[in-house]
Design a protein around this ligand. Structure first.
Ligand code: PEP
Ligand code: MN
Length: 348
C-alpha cells in the first residue's frame, strides 16, 4: 500500500498515520524524493485497512501496489532513485564507471591497478577481498587483509570502494571498510545475508542471480529495502543459456524491462557476462546504449598471472580506450561521463 498525504498535512497528522500503521503490525517507510509526501506500507494483509487508513486526517489517497515488490516498485516511487556512493551519484543520468581487479591479490597489485583505473577516469574502485569461488581449492581472497588494502587504495586515489560480502558473519566487517557492499550472483537469494546487509544501511550492489527472473531479482532488492537500505543498485552480469561461446549471456533486455517497473539504478557487468576480454568493450558500450546507469569492469595489469578471472580482465590501456569510447557514446546519448576527483587533483 502507498499512502499519499495531503500537501498541507501537518507533522502531527503524519506521525499519527505512522503510529496507526505500526499499531496494525505493519511497517511505514517514508518515500523520499517525491513532490508529495508518501508513506509506503509493507507487511499489510487485510484489505479493510485501506479504508481505515484513507479515513485518517491528512491522508489524501491510499493506493494498492500491485507488484509483489513494493519499495522497489515504480508504483511506489515514480522518480528514479539516485544512489550516492562517496561523492559519486549512480542513477542521475551520468555514466558511472566501477573498475578494478576481480580480486585483491596483494597491496602492490591493488594499488597499481587502482591508480591506473583512477587515471583513466573510473569513479568507483572494485576489488574482492572475499571471493565466492566454484572450487574450494581456488584462491578465496585475502579477507580482512584485502579490505585493509582497499582502504589504502581509497586513501591514495580518493575513489570509493565496492567489495563483495559473501557471508552474514562478515557483513559488519566488510561494511566497516566498504562504501558499497556487493552481493554476488550466487548469493542473490541468500535471504539471511540480504536481511543483515539491508540493516547495515550502506549502498548495495545487488547482482542478478545467473538464472533469476526480473521479479525474483526485485524481490531480493525488496529484502534489502524492507530491512533498511534505500540505496540498492541492480547489476546484470549475464545469465545461463545454451550458448557456449561465452561464460554467460548478457541480457541487455533486462535494463529497459527493469527501468519500466522499478526506480532503482542498473549496472552492467560485461566482464562476468562474457568471461572473455574481447567482448568486454562491445558489451559495455551496449549496456550504456540500452540505458544502464553504470558499468562494472574487471581490470588487471598482468591478466596472465591474475589469481581470479584473468581471461576477462582488461589491461589498463584497453580500459582507457573503453573510457574514451564511453565518453563519445555518453555525448551521443545526452549523458555525461564526468571526470573523477583523481583526474582533477592529478590534473590529467
Ligand atoms: C565479482 O564481481 O567478482 C563476481 C564474483 O561476480 P558474480 O557474482 O557476478 O559472478
Ligand atoms: Mn570475477
Amino acid at each position: 500500500m502507498l499512502i499519499i498525504m495531503d500537501a498541507q498535512a501537518t507533522s502531527g497528522q503524519i506521525e499519527h498515520v505512522n503510529n496507526r500503521i505500526k499499531e496494525l503490525g505493519y511497517q511505514p517507510h517514508a518515500i523520499p524524493g517525491t513532490t508529495r509526501l508518501a508513506i509506503g506500507v509493507t507487511g499489510n494483509r487485510d484489505a479493510d485497512d485501506r479504508v481505515h487508513l484513507e479515513s485518517l486526517p491528512g491522508v489524501q489517497q491510499v493506493i494498492l501496489v500491485t507488484k509483489p515488490y513494493k519499495l522497489a516498485s515504480r508504483e511506489t516511487q515514480p522518480e528514479d532513485t539516485i544512489v550516492t556512493v562517496g561523492s559519486v551519484r549512480i542513477g542521475g543520468g551520468d555514466v558511472v564507471m566501477m573498475a578494478g581487479p576481480c580480486a585483491v591479490e596483494s597491496k602492490e597489485q591493488t594499488l597499481r591497478i587502482a591508480h591506473k583505473v583512477a587515471e583513466a577516469g573510473a569513479h568507483i574502485l572494485r576489488g574482492g577481498a572475499f571471493k565466492p569461488r566454484t572450487s574450494p581449492y581456488a584462491f578465496q581472497g585475502l579477507g580482512e587483509k584485502g579490505l585493509e588494502i582497499l582502504a589504502v587504495a581509497r586513501e591514495e586515489t580518493g575513489l570509493p570502494i565496492v567489495t563483495e560480502v559473501v557471508s552474514p558473519v562478515d557483513a559488519k566487517l566488510v561494511a566497516h571498510y566498504a562504501d558499497m557492499l556487493q552481493i554476488g550472483t550466487r548469493n542473490m537469494q541468500n535471504f539471511e545475508l540480504l536481511k543483515i546487509v539491508g540493516e547495515i544501511g550502506k549502498p548495495v550492489l545487488l547482482k542478478r542471480g545467473m538464472s533469476a527472473t526480473l521479479t525474483e531479482t526485485l524481490m531480493s532488492a525488496e529484502y534489502l529495502m524492507s530491512h533498511g537500505t534505500r540505496d540498492v543498485v541492480i547489476c546484470e552480469r549475464g545469465v545461463r543459456t545454451f550458448s557456449s561461446h561465452a561464460r554467460n549471456t548478457l541480457d541487455v533486455s533486462f535494463v529497459p524491462a527493469l527501468k519500466k517497473v522499478s526506480h532503482l539504478p542498473v549496472v552492467i557487468d560485461p566482464s562476468h557476462a562474457s568471461g572473455n576480454r574481447h567482448s568486454v568493450i562491445p558489451l559495455g558500450l551496449a549496456g550504456i546504449a540500452v540505458g544502464a546507469d553504470a558499468l562494472l569492469v574487471d581490470v588487471h595489469d598482468d591478466p596472465e598471472h591474475a589469481l581470479v578471472d584473468g581471461p576477462q580482465a582488461l589491461p589498463p590501456d584497453d580500459f582507457k580506450a573503453l573510457m574514451q569510447r564511453l565518453d563519445r557514446l555518453a555525448e551521443a546519448l545526452d549523458r555525461d561521463l564526468k571526470p573523477n576527483r583523481y583526474a582533477a587533483e592529478v590534473g590529467s
